[in-house]
Design a protein around this ligand. Structure first.
Ligand code: ZN
Length: 398
């Protein structure tokens, strides 16, 4: 099946053929044949769907020089954009192999070839070329952006930090503090996974010195304190996260609840939650939904939040008579509420729990780096059952 790039290659052969004929007709008849058989050979390859042979023929026939180099670049970039990366690589390698091109043209060719490698998933080769270009070429900034992208894919956080700092210094305008904070958090989490808590704490304190731009650092500090059994410190930090009216409620409330439950101190948790709700009444809904999804039971204040959540949910009230339930005898009310909680939990956990604010990518687990749009810390938790999407899914499945 001929592609758009095949047609363009065919057009190039025709233009070259026409140019050759015109030169032959109006120019030096002795030196230029009216129609070079090579052009027809190239076209013949294309007509027989032999694009690779046509490319090789083009490369042999059209020497890279100042008048043809842009045609080579245009064709190479076109092949890459069409997903025909091997052909793009062949064309850009051919330009680099020419001894008589300028340094600027060579850098342009290295840059194009690096992008080909990146598209082909050959990250090691792309890294080598982008590293070369990041040191004093016209493509330094773009090369550093690409290197950061590669290091994020390969989870090479230390290299990502160095490339980001170099980019900030080079541009003088681009701030990489937020992403660097996350790279350090990634390194800290790697240290935690190998039980090197001292190293993790040292890394996190490094962010504080630079510039703390994410509550993730507090979450890591609380998690280390929790693992090491310093429950007082852990609960203070989780409480601080909640008190910042943070979307990290889904990551902090379940652990805060566990700490107080272990210490038989759910009354203390209740008074802390009441204090937060005085400042942020809207957090009632978030507390309720987080408790439903994580099956948190035993706190009077959380139970009250859940009852209010059930009462206020307009979609739910279309299916059941909520007021009748809450006006019934206490035993009936407790039993009915428990059933509704159970149903809401099943519905909530059968759907993604987080969604990216930027691109809509959703997942069951909080992902600090969105795998789709590559932004840091753009995921937010769903904090209510999405009945609409459930009904749509049911309609599609039927
Ligand atoms: Zn995204």
């Amino acid at each position: 099946m001929p592609t758009e790039s095949t047609f363009i290659l065919a057009a190039i052969f025709l233009i070259l053929a026409a140019t050759g004929w015109l030169l032959g007709y109006f120019g030096e008849r002795d030196e230029q044949p009216p129609l070079n058989i090579d052009y027809l050979k190239g076209l013949n390859f294309l007509l027989n769907d032999q694009t690779d042979q046509a490319v090789e023929h083009f490369l042999k026939m059209v020497r890279v020089d100042n008048t043809t180099i842009e045609t080579h670049f245009a064709l190479g970039n076109l092949f890459r954009k069409r997903g025909e990366v091997n052909r793009a690589i062949r064309i850009h390698q051919n330009i680099i192999a020419r001894p008589d091109i300028s340094n600027q043209q060579r850098d342009q060719a290295f840059h194009s070839l690096a992008k080909d490698y990146l598209n082909a998933g050959l990250l090691d080769r792309a890294e080598i070329l982008f590293t070369r270009l990041s040191n004093g070429s016209d493509y330094s900034q773009e090369a550093l952006f690409n290197l950061i992208n590669i290091y994020e894919q390969e989870k090479e956080w230390q290299k990502a930090i160095e490339a980001s700092q170099k980019l900030s210094k080079l541009s003088g305008k681009i701030s990489c503090e937020h992403q660097v904070s996350h790279y350090i958090c990634e390194l800290a989490e790697e240290a935690i996974s190998t039980e090197n808590y001292k190293e993790a704490c040292l890394l996190i304190s490094e962010i504080k010195v630079n510039n703390q731009t994410t509550l993730r650092t507090d979450l890591i500090k609380a998690n280390i304190a929790f693992i090491e059994g310093d429950l007082r410190n852990a609960s203070e930090i989780y409480y601080k996260i909640l008190n910042k009216n943070s979307y990290l409620i889904t990551e902090s409330l379940p652990l805060l609840f566990d700490i107080y439950k272990k210490q038989d101190g759910l009354n203390e948790l209740d008074s802390q939650l009441l204090s937060i709700l005085e400042s942020y009444p809207n957090l009632r809904n978030d507390i309720a939904y987080t408790a439903i999804v994580n099956d948190i039971r035993g706190s009077v204040v959380i139970d009250q939040c859940i009852e209010k959540y059930i009462q206020d949910d307009s979609t739910l009230s279309e299916f059941i008579n909520v007021n009748d339930i809450f006006q019934s005898a206490p035993s009936n009310r407790v039993e009915a509420t428990a059933k509704i909680r159970h149903a809401l939990r099943i519905l909530g956990t059968s759907n993604p729990l987080y969604q990216c604010n930027e691109c809509g990518f959703s997942s069951q687990k909080l992902l600090w780096l969105c795998p789709s749009c590559k932004n840091w810390e753009t995921q937010r938790p769903f904090l209510s059952v999405k009945f609409d999407s459930l009904l749509q899914r049911k309609a599609v499945n039927n």
